[in-house]
Design a protein around this ligand. Structure first.
Ligand code: 5AD
Ligand code: SF4
Length: 461
């Protein structure tokens, strides 16, 4: 054992792939390991424990795990020759979907733990130390997972908070319903307690997370005026807006099918709800939307956008798109471009369809050639990029409240977020970290806005 590690106790390196839910889970795993004496390190080389928190959504994401395991194997072997041990754990959605395959393909893995079994990590690590065989923990028991996680430690003024997991929608391209299980909501009291604890630690902004966050449902708290009623996300957001210290609330990712009037009204009325909505549509052709089992058409989606804009005119819209789903013709793809033109997005994520084993899409006829997918993706991304730039440029001259989250690359610079989730670079003193202040936007760079601090009186004028 090296001197440094003797001095500092045990160490864990966590590599996170994929979505914000994984970022949240990694943070919670680190919190769970802390009382066991594990400090977080930022490289695997000296770590006693390495956790890969994996993503299974597209083939590329899953394959990354196996190449990372190849690199870790070398480190583990070198360490073993010094009589030193390194435990390797694979967590997340690849663990859930391919547990036995991981153990077969990568024998140096000691522990495979699915997204609903993190709370068992301490016991599993103890077992891994006792037993030589591989350990596979991939059962589904979401409620228990949240109940057993330790008190949350905040890290900065903006935090993720998972309120819902799983998906019952079964889009035909998607692995999530298989890796994350059925839709489950956390209760109002548990969510409120976590939000209060974060706010008490200085958190100003929370982003409520869920695979289908707007499918969240919960019983109104006892004693509330609406007790005995079932709340949706709109009511939950209004409730959390009352938590002392919280200034901003966001939520993602929403599904068009669950975008109900209560949530749209809350977006219009609750000032702490930020004017940003991630509402994936995936495609613009009704034939493809049907084959994807999305449960909405292009017209119903565009109708919802109109309603949302009527409630909150300045809303920044974001979406996800897939090109080259089986059966997608040029004409279908043109319908996606037409939808993008009609909606006007502030930001978006777009992907080539990736055939995922076990999903209905993988077996559909009419799989699209890779070269065709590449061309369509390039065209779509050019449109989306132009819209994003236009949205950003439109802020030049505006004064926006910015929450300062971290130091910038240059001395004397801070990086914050606008209400529209844009990154904003500003010259400002370190003492302003964690505060919200008005900033006049002066310039746009490819990935961020640049601005200057404005005195509060000037901002109000
Ligand atoms: N291929 C490509 N993109 C996918 N997504 C989900 N499954 C696939 C797949 N098989 C995209 C969707 C989803 C986002 C998280 O990932 O756009 O909204
Ligand atoms: Fe996947 Fe569709 Fe569920 Fe989103 S709604 S997680 S894309 S199955």
């Amino acid at each position: 054992m090296t001197q440094a590690r003797q001095k500092h106790g045990k160490s864990v390196f966590i590599r996170t792939y994929g979505c914000q839910m994984n970022v949240y889970d990694s943070e919670r795993m680190a919190g769970l390991l802390k009382p066991l004496g594990y400090g977080v390190v930022d490289a695997p080389d000296d770590a006693d424990l390495v956790i890969l928190n994996t993503c299974h959504i597209r083939e590329k994401a899953a394959e990354k795990v196996y190449s990372e395991l190849g690199r870790l194997k070398k480190i583990k072997t070198a360490r073993a020759s010094n009589g030193d041990e390194m435990v390797i754990a694979v967590a997340g959605c690849v663990a859930q979907a391919e547990g036995p395959e991981i153990i077969a393909r990568a024998p140096m893995v000691d522990l495979v733990v699915g997204p609903q079994a993190y709370h068992q990590l301490p016991e599993l690590l103890a077992r891994a130390a006792r037993e030589c065989g591989d350990i596979l923990a991939t059962d589904f028991a979401v409620e228990e997972k949240f109940d057993r996680l330790a008190e949350r430690q905040a890290d900065g003024p903006a935090a993720f908070l998972t309120i819902q997991e799983g998906c019952d929608k079964f889009c035909t391209f998607c692995v999530v319903p298989y890796t994350r299980g059925a839709e489950v909501s956390r209760g109002v009291d548990a969510v409120t307690a976590e939000a209060r604890s974060l706010a008490a630690q200085g958190v100003k902004e929370i982003t409520l997370l869920g695979q289908n966050v707007n499918a969240w449902r919960g019983d109104a708290p006892a004693g509330d005026a609406g007790a005995n009623s079932l709340w949706g996300l709109g009511e939950l957001c209004r409730h959390l807006a009352k938590v002392d210290g919280l200034e901003r609330i966001r939520f993602m990712t929403s599904h068009p099918r669950d975008m109900d009037d209560g949530l749209i009204a809350a977006l219009g009325e609750e000032e702490k709800l930020m004017p940003y909505l991630h509402l994936p549509v995936q495609a613009g052709s009704d034939k493809i939307l049907k084959a994807m089992n999305r449960g909405h058409t292009a017209a119903t989606y565009i109708g919802q956008i109109a309603k949302i804009r009527a409630a909150r005119p300045d809303i920044a819209l974001s979406g996800d798109f897939i090109v080259g789903f089986p059966g997608e013709t040029n004409e279908d793809f043109e319908a996606t471009l037409a939808l993008v033109e009609a909606v006007q997005y502030a930001s978006a994520f777009s992907f080539k369809y990736s055939r995922r084993p076990g999903t209905p899409g993988a077996a559909m006829p009419g799989q699209v050639e890779e070269s065709e997918k590449n061309q369509r993706l390039a065209r779509l991304q050019a449109c989306l990029e132009a819209q994003r730039e236009g949205f950003n440029r439109a802020q030049i001259g505006a004064v926006l409240p910015v929450l300062f989250e971290k130091p910038g690359r240059h001395a004397g610079q801070l990086i914050g977020r606008s209400p529209y989730l844009q990154s904003v670079h500003v010259d400002a003193p370190q003492s302003m970290l964690g505060s919200i202040a008005p900033v006049r936007i002066e310039d746009v760079t490819p990935n961020a806005l640049a601005g200057v601090l404005v005195r509060k009186a000037e901002a109000a004028a």
